[in-house]
Design a protein around this ligand. Structure first.
Ligand code: KPL
Length: 304
């Protein structure tokens, strides 16, 4: 099948590589250094999977490109712009977000509508993927940890089930859920607890299992959980804590995506994760001192 993977970061590259290995014709859209490296040497994945593939790569999506479906793996702050470009180049078709953060659905709808798609919700599928993935160098990615891949949509599974069978067909186990927004909130709570702390102290995820970072992260988890509750999501505290520890153990050797961004001097997804939790908390009149403090500290460390 011809497919576009829009976003050649660590996750987009691994998904693209799995699909290409199984014979799908993949076009990976990425930034120049990544595109150049993949064109020259191929795309190499190490760790849980070891493979080298040679997908087609480009910096931009050409109008009329053939693609049955689109997989969106850009950073959350690029979602609207990427979706605008996709909808300018392609007529409506299923599009799956594999991203972090709480704002992607809104940004996708905005971008796709601006580019001319009517009723984008009919085509949008969302997902939650908790894999440990690191961009070691351009064209070289380490796949360090797996976890569940949940997909869902707003059209009774019409879009999401197509992606689920696509990924199942290439050996990536996928679970369809009726309630993907709950799953996204759960992931955002975990990200809000782990990512800013690992980015601030520059430690791999596993170090959050020990004190003093464990208590600091758990405090962030509890604040984010309160906001989720105010938004109508009733997650049990002990279940969220268990999930938090499970993710840390499964990705213990890995650096969080936020720490990788900080290390590489890239913009982080702090606003789309903790910033959005603060904004939604404020809308409910809530005070979130621990989240506020960590956001402030990290922003001042990054000079923002
Ligand atoms: O999603 C993640 C990330 O690094 O962004 C995990 C691995 C769950 C850590 O929060």
């Amino acid at each position: 099948m011809r497919l576009v993977v829009f976003g050649a970061g660590a996750i987009g590259s691994i998904l693209g590589a799995y699909l290409a290995r199984s014979g799908h014709d993949i076009l990976l859209i990425g930034k120049k250094p990544q595109v150049d490296a993949i064109e020259r040497d191929g795309l190499r994945i190490d760790g849980l999977t070891n493979l080298t593939v040679h997908p087609r790569v480009a910096e931009n999506l050409r109008s009329g490109e053939r693609s049955a479906m689109v997989i969106l793996t850009v950073k959350s702050y690029d979602t609207e712009d990427a979706c605008y470009k996709i909808s300018r180049a392609l007529t409506p078709r299923p599009i799956l977000s594999v991203q972090n953060g709480l704002c992607n659905l809104t940004a996708m709808e905005k971008g796709l509508t601006k580019g001319g798609w009517a009723n984008p919700r009919l085509y949008i599928a969302l997902s939650v993927l908790s894999w440990g993935a690191t961009l070691l160098d351009y064209g070289r990615i380490r796949h360090a940890g797996t976890g569940p891949f949940l997909v869902g949509d707003f059209a009774g599974g019409r879009a999401a089930k197509r992606f689920a069978s696509l990924f199942e067909g290439v050996g990536i186990s996928t679970v369809f859920t009726q309630d993907i927004l709950s799953a996204i909130w759960r992931k955002a709570i975990i990200n809000a607890a782990i990512n800013p702390v690992t980015a601030l102290y520059k430690v791999p995820n596993g170090e959050v299992l020990a004190e003093p970072l464990r208590s600091q992260s758990l405090a962030l988890l509890h604040e984010a959980l309160e906001v989720a509750r105010a938004e109508g999501y009733r997650f049990a505290e002990h279940e969220m804590e268990e999930e938090f520890f499970r993710v840390l153990e499964r990705t213990s050797a890995n650096q969080s995506s936020m720490l990788q961004d900080v290390t590489r001097g890239k913009r982080t997804e702090l606003d789309a994760i903790s910033g959005e939790i603060l904004a939604r908390g404020a809308a409910h009149g809530m005070k979130l001192p621990r989240t506020e403090r960590v956001v402030k500290k990290l922003k001042s460390q990054l000079g923002q």
